[in-house]
Write a protein that binds this ligand. Structure first.
Ligand code: HEC
Length: 206
C-alpha cells in the first residue's frame, strides 16, 4: 500500500514538473521545449524557399519539357493560317446541340464571355466600351457565318484583342460554349423563324 501511494505521488509530481516546464517560456515566441524536433522542423524544402542544391537556388523546378497536365489533349490545329483553315474545315464539335448542352454552354458563357460579348453576343458587354474596339456581334455580318472550328481556334489561341481561354476552360467547356454561341449567331436571322425575325434582336432573343 505504501509503495502504491509513493508511486502515485511520484508520478503526479513528474506530471506537475513537466506541466510547469512545458509552460515555462524563455521568450513568448518560443514554442517551449521540443521533445522531437524533427517533427517540428521537416528537413524537406518548402515551396518558394532558398535551396542550395540547385544552381539557381530555387526549390521550385520548371516541369520537364513536354510535360502536360493529366487529361490534356493538344490542339491538332496549330496557330498558323493553314491551322486555322484546316480547323475551319475539319474541326467538329463533339457535343450535340441538345438543350442541356446549350444550357451548360450558356452558364459558362455567362461567367467567361458575357462581360465583353454581352448577354446576347451583341458585343455590348459591361467592359466592351473599355476595349479599343468592342467585339463584333455574333449575329452580324462579320461573325454570323464563322465555323465552329474558327471559334475553337479563337478560344484556344485568342484572336486580336481577345486572349486565349485555353488555360481557363477545359476543352469540353469550350465545346459547349460554342454550341451556345451558335444559337446567338442565329439571332435576328431570317432562319430564326417567321415572326421572330422581324422583331428587334433583343426581343427575339428572349
Ligand atoms: C476581354 C474581352 C473578351 C472576352 C472575355 C471574350 N472575348 Fe471573344 N472577342 C473579343 C474581341 C474584342 C473580339 C474581336 C477580335 C478581333 O477580331 O480582333 C472577339 C472575338 C470573338 C470571336 C470571333 C473570332 C473570329 O473568328 O473573328 C468569337 C467566336 C469569340 N470572341 C468568342 C468568345 C467566347 C466564347 C468567349 C468566352 C469564353 C469570349 N469570346 C471571351 C473580346 C472578348
Amino acid at each position: 500500500m505504501k509503495k502504491k501511494v509513493f508511486l502515485l505521488a511520484l508520478s503526479s509530481s513528474v506530471f506537475a514538473v513537466s506541466l510547469l516546464t512545458s509552460c515555462h517560456r524563455v521568450n513568448k515566441d518560443s514554442s517551449g521545449v521540443e521533445y522531437m524536433p524533427d517533427m517540428y522542423r521537416s528537413p524537406s524544402y518548402e515551396d518558394n524557399s532558398f535551396n542550395p542544391n540547385f544552381a539557381d537556388s530555387m526549390t521550385d523546378r520548371v516541369p520537364v519539357k513536354g510535360t502536360v497536365p493529366v487529361g490534356f489533349t493538344p490542339d491538332p490545329f496549330p496557330n498558323t493560317p493553314d491551322g486555322w483553315a484546316n480547323a475551319s474545315k475539319y474541326w467538329k464539335d463533339p457535343f450535340e446541340a441538345t438543350p442541356e448542352i446549350v444550357a451548360e454552354g450558356k452558364a459558362t458563357y455567362e461567367v467567361y464571355c458575357i462581360h465583353c460579348h454581352g448577354p446576347k453576343g451583341m458585343g455590348d458587354g459591361k467592359v466592351a466600351d473599355k476595349l479599343p474596339g468592342p467585339p463584333p456581334p455574333y449575329s452580324g455580318p462579320a461573325l454570323r457565318n464563322i465555323t465552329e472550328g474558327e471559334m475553337f481556334q479563337t478560344l484556344e489561341y485568342g484572336k486580336g484583342l481577345m486572349g486565349s481561354h485555353a488555360g481557363q476552360l477545359t476543352i469540353a467547356q469550350r465545346c459547349k460554349i460554342i454550341r451556345y454561341v451558335q444559337t446567338l449567331q442565329k439571332l435576328g436571322q431570317p432562319a430564326d423563324t417567321g415572326a421572330k425575325a422581324t422583331q428587334p434582336v433583343a426581343a427575339a432573343a428572349k
